[in-house]
Design a protein around this ligand. Structure first.
Ligand code: SF4
Length: 325
């Protein structure tokens, strides 16, 4: 059961307006907390395309049904399935911590912002922790910074990102799993609509900031169809994206506990196949993963898109960036 393009069909008048509304601030049952931090730069595990990661928040209000980062709340003994999206922790003292942490960096080490939480989730409108860290980056030079988001709130910081780009390498990855607004609403209930994310791509590109689109995670028989990925890549290219990519879904136990009930509710005919495949491993490997990799590469070539940001002083092979989402 898939849905049509935005807005969902059959809606008129106020219902249509409501469906097209931009989320200003999602309150509902969300609680915000402040949490101290001694460091903000975290060493990533070997094999990832960036040496350090930064997450200005703990938890993410966007509530993506497939989100693998739910385990980060388990570290805080918050195990109920909705705590990750309903109890948001803003880190305090991030600017001072970042200034101190940057002294640890060796030349050429890259930094990814937003690997386990969206740096432009609704909390950022008020608490501005991401912006505080960007202001620190604006003081320096020679850094390699990649930021990943699903939010058009990134447009607020375009001038600042442009300023950082003058003396640093900055790339912004906008994640769009589907152009289908109805499907996106189900998969990523509180994230901005896909068309708003595309507008953010356009605004970033117009400001001269290197921007690309990732369709991660590509979900079997839900978002993986050639025509859908093709349309997404074309829309990204038309808005000024330089790169396009997509890696297949992976489901650790914390993500499975949310994603399987989602599949049971919205795609019941797929549940058994999902349970079988992810019962063996959190990763999709073998012919399916290879086919998706090939599909994405073919589509990318069709629209003259790169596999990832142009990274300074790195061999070409490093341009293949398996961004997580
Ligand atoms: S935007 Fe990213 S971190 Fe936030 S819920 Fe979605 S997948 Fe998780």
């Amino acid at each position: 059961m898939l849905f049509g393009d935005s807005p969902p069909p059959g809606l008129v008048g106020i219902a249509r307006l409501a469906a097209e509304s931009e989320v200003l601030e999602a309150k509902r049952v969300v609680e915000y907390f402040e949490i101290g931090c001694r460091t903000v730069l975290n060493r990533t595990r070997p094999g990832l395309p960036f040496a350090w990661s930064i997450n200005p928040y703990r938890g993410c209000e966007f509530a993506c049904r497939y989100c693998y980062a739910r385990y980060t709340h388990e570290f805080m003994e918050l195990r109920e399935s909705e705590a990750f999206e309903n109890r948001i922790y803003a880190k305090s003292g991030v600017a001072e911590a970042l200034r101190a942490d940057l002294k640890k960096l060796r030349s050429g080490e890259s930094i990814a912002i937003g690997t386990a939480t969206d740096p432009y989730q609704p909390a950022e409108r008020r608490f501005r922790r991401t912006r505080a860290m960007l202001e620190v980056f604006a003081e320096g030079k020679g850094r390699e910074i990649a930021l990943t988001t699903k939010s058009d709130l990134v447009k607020r910081d375009i001038a600042l990102l442009a300023e950082i780009s003058k003396r640093n390498s900055v790339s912004v990855n906008v994640t769009i799993t589907t152009l289908d607004a109805g499907l996106a609403r189900m998969l990523e209930p509180r994230a901005p609509r896909p068309d708003l994310r595309l507008k953010a791509v356009e605004a970033l590109a117009k400001a001269g900031i290197a921007v690309g689109v990732f369709s991660n995670p590509v979900m079997p028989l839900i978002t993986d169809q050639e025509a859908k990925l093709d349309r997404l890549a074309k829309a990204a290219r038309d808005r000024g994206a330089i790169w396009f990519g997509g890696g297949t879904l992976f489901l650790q136990p914390c993500a499975r506990r949310v994603f399987f009930p989602f599949v049971a509710e919205h795609f019941p005919h797929l549940l058994r196949r999902y349970e079988e495949r992810f019962g063996e491993s959190p990763y999709l490997r073998g012919p399916y993963a290879e086919a998706i990799k090939e599909r994405i590469a073919t589509i990318r070539d069709r629209y003259g898109l790169r596999a990832g940001p142009v990274r300074p002083a790195r061999p070409e092979k490093d341009d293949e960036q398996p961004w997580l989402f």
